[in-house]
Write a protein that binds this ligand. Structure first.
Ligand SMILES: Cc1ncc(COP(=O)(O)O)c(C=O)c1O
Length: 393
């Protein structure tokens, strides 16, 4: 689109979310793409079949529905290509399988999503890959851990549950010098608030189960690669035979259309509640990178353009009994895993798996996913939780 001076203006994020992916003119003008259910695709003649010389060849290799979502994600991520996988966890495991071989060394941030750690400690280790964990605050210091056989550096920022920020550009620069591939689980920020590939990351991973879905009813993962890594990622995905149902694919594209406005609402509510919690007796600290009090705030401000709706609080003193009293007193916050949906959730965090990042917290940690309810109602619910926690001492 050109402005009055004839210059091309970059489109805003909500415009891109609204119009990305399919072109309505490709399918009779219907705004949304068709939900194509497919295994077999027919070829017009034997020669075309022998050379596979047509756009679609088989259901596992892409359909107009999957193309629509992949193109929309590529536009958001700035990637050369995107694969769709059946869950966010698969979006972690598939690229690791694509790039790691027996004898390789892989570095994982110690504050990683626990099932990622489980995959590294079990399957990757069994396949002959050496797994090592590093402190989320390591930054350029990662170079001290890089070995001649380091193939992958896996990042997640902010961290799962405790929300430490990583210096992604510094890590990516050192990885690039050493020829290692950087992967990032960017589920918290979504490409709306942080574009990993613009900061030197090679592979951007997203549990689309969270904000793109937005309604706690779909499991799906996306993996987006830069030019350097796209051929190997695509090849590995085809080799593994992984693909996603057309209905789920369609629903995630549908979710993207409103994701920008939903994220704004999650961000606003979460920040309001986080600031309120900072003032409450019984709360030792609030772990939210957009708060000035957060140790990673400067990195968040430098690299990210927004914050989503999940953060944690550290209760003052006490242990499980206090945490359970807090959780059991909540009525609007459900007790459940996952996040990114329209409804608020809470859980007690376990840090038992960590081996490097041994921060000493003064009390139990509660993770809060702030949904789209009215802030005043959520605050009243949390007030009850804090009162119950205080009474449980
Ligand atoms: C940071 C992060 N990555 C990946 C996942 C996995 O997503 P899914 O639940 O779709 O497997 C989650 C799920 O909670 C997550 O929190």
């Amino acid at each position: 689109m050109e402005d009055i001076s004839g210059k091309k203006k970059p489109l805003g994020i909500n415009t891109r979310l609204t119009h990305g992916g399919n072109d309505p003119r490709d399918y009779h003008g219907f705004i949304n793409p068709p939900v194509v259910r497919a295994s077999t695709v027919l070829f017009p003649d034997a020669q075309t079949m022998a050379t596979r010389n047509q756009k679609y060849t088989y259901g596992t290799r892409g359909t107009p529905t999957s193309d629509a979502l992949c193109q929309a994600i590529d536009a958001l991520e700035g990637s050369a290509g995107t694969i769709l996988v059946p869950s966010g966890l698969a979006a972690v495991t598939v690229p690791l399988l694509a790039f790691l071989s027996a004898g390789d060394h892989a570095l994982f941030v110690d504050t990683i999503y626990n099932p990622t750690r489980h995959f590294a400690d079990t399957m990757l280790t069994r396949l002959g890959i050496t797994v090592e964990y590093y402190d989320p605050a390591i930054g350029a210091g990662i170079s001290a851990l890089i070995r001649p056989n380091t193939r992958v550096i896996f990042t997640e920022s902010p961290a799962s549950n405790t929300f430490e920020m990583q210096d992604i550009p510094a890590i990516a620069a050192k990885a690039r010098e050493a020829g290692a591939i950087v992967m990032m689980d960017n589920t918290w920020a979504t490409p709306v608030y942080f574009r990993p590939l613009d900061h030197g990351v090679d592979i951007s991973i997203h549990a689309a189960t969270k904000y793109p879905s937005g309604h706690s009813d779909i499991l799906l993962g996306t993996v987006s690669a830069n030019e350097r890594c796209w051929p190997a990622l695509k090849e590995a995905n085809g080799t593994l035979g992984i693909c996603v149902s057309p209905d789920d694919t369609y629903q995630i594209l549908r979710g993207l259309r409103t994701m920008g406005v939903r994220l704004e609402a999650h961000q606003k509510r979460a920040l309001e509640i986080a600031r309120w919690l900072e003032t409450q007796p019984g709360v030792a600290s609030v772990l939210h990178p957009a708060l000035e009090s957060h140790p990673g705030h400067a990195i968040w401000k430098r690299d990210f353009t927004g914050a989503s709706g999940i953060f944690s609080i550290v209760l003052e003193g006490g242990a499980k009994k206090k945490a359970h009293a807090f959780l059991d007193a909540l009525e609007l916050f459900g007790l459940g895993y996952s996040w990114g949906g329209y409804e608020s959730l809470a859980l007690q965090v376990s840090l038992a798996d960590r081996t490097v990042s041994k921060t000493d917290y003064p009390g139990p940690i509660i993770r809060l996913q702030i949904g789209l309810e009215d802030t005043a109602d959520l605050i009243a619910d949390l007030q009850n939780g804090l009162a119950a926690a205080a009474a449980a001492e």
